[in-house]
Design a protein. Structure first.
Length: 304
């Protein structure tokens, strides 16, 4: 089965190509307009089928494609793939604007094609352990960076989207309300806090501070019976009354497995091969984008 790989930048080289070059039963076709990079990456990861134009890739007979190009190129590339009846996996976000993303999801549905968005944290073993906590009363997720404020939409849709999606994955209740606050200075957003509130009052709180002194990711899930805390998508602490259990990821597990990339890639490839249904539906992923759009709108309306 032929699978196209579009975009050979940092994320593709770090997270995808090292996994794909060990998969049997698939013929991978790489596309980049940078001929030198295309040859270099092809040789490094031992891929033989190289394309310097999108048209060449589209005519190669691929049945699925994984899109790792720059976000601003997603719409044009993904639309072309869908118009050629090719199943699509695309890195988050689908596009920077909800309505554009919805158009692509709707087109995939009209054509009966798979459309998968790369939310790797849903596959990460440590976050699957957090998901096991029954009837959580509160969830708090922080994803902080050091001295890296950004333009508001880029901050939310390109980065904070991971927090929004992970909270949606872990929070087992309908969302009755969305509360948003943030700190803006000119065109830059420095920090944001959101709350998802359930009808019975349970809360999921998402925090991103890009003006902090430490880069970290931490998720706390609390219930009446226990509290679980995950650190940097790797280690887990379980607290039950006075008992504290530390679960540290195995040294034998790769970082890509711990962060869910290996499982996510397998999920898509098996779905294209007709061996299963993707864990994340296109409509589910689109709902995360809708919430991000609402957060952008609320932050834009704030003084700053």
């Amino acid at each position: 089965m032929k699978i196209g790989i579009i975009g050979l930048g940092g994320i593709a080289q770090k997270a995808y190509l090292p996994v794909l070059n060990s998969r049997d039963g698939f013929e991978f076709h790489l596309f980049s307009r940078d001929a030198q990079k295309l040859r270099h990456i092809g040789a490094k990861y031992r891929f033989s089928y190289l394309h310097s134009s999108l048209e060449s890739l589209l005519q190669s007979g691929i049945q699925g494609a994984m899109v790792h190009a720059a976000t601003n190129a997603h719409f044009e590339i993904v639309e072309a793939l869908l118009q050629h009846n090719i199943h699509v996996f695309v890195d988050k976000p689908i596009t920077m604007y909800y309505q554009q993303s919805k158009r692509l999801v709707d087109l995939a549905a009209q054509k009966g094609l798979l459309f998968v968005v790369g939310f790797n944290r849903r596959f990460a073993p440590v976050y699957r352990k957090l998901k096991e906590v029954p009837e959580p009363s509160m969830i708090i997720m922080q994803k902080n960076r050091t001295s890296l404020p950004d333009e508001l939409r880029s901050f939310i849709v390109d980065d904070f989207v991971h927090v929004v999606d992970t909270l949606r994955f872990l929070f087992p209740y309908p969302i009755a309300d969305l509360l948003v606050s943030g700190r803006k200075e000119g065109d830059l957003l420095y920090q944001v806090v959101i709350q998802f509130v359930a009808p019975a009052g349970q809360m999921a709180i998402g925090i991103m501070n890009r003006d902090g002194g430490h880069t970290e990711e931490k998720v706390e899930v609390m219930s009446a019976g226990e509290k679980r805390v995950a650190y940097n998508v790797a280690d887990l602490v379980i607290q039950q009354d006075r008992t504290i259990t530390h679960l540290v990821g195995s040294d034998w597990e790769s970082t890509l497995h711990k962060r869910g990339f290996e499982q996510m890639i397998t999920d898509f490839l098996e779905a294209v091969a007709g061996q299963g249904t993707p864990m994340i539906s296109a409509q589910d992923a689109l709902l995360t984008h809708e919430y991000c759009e609402r957060i952008v709108e609320k932050l834009t309306a704030l003084p700053g």
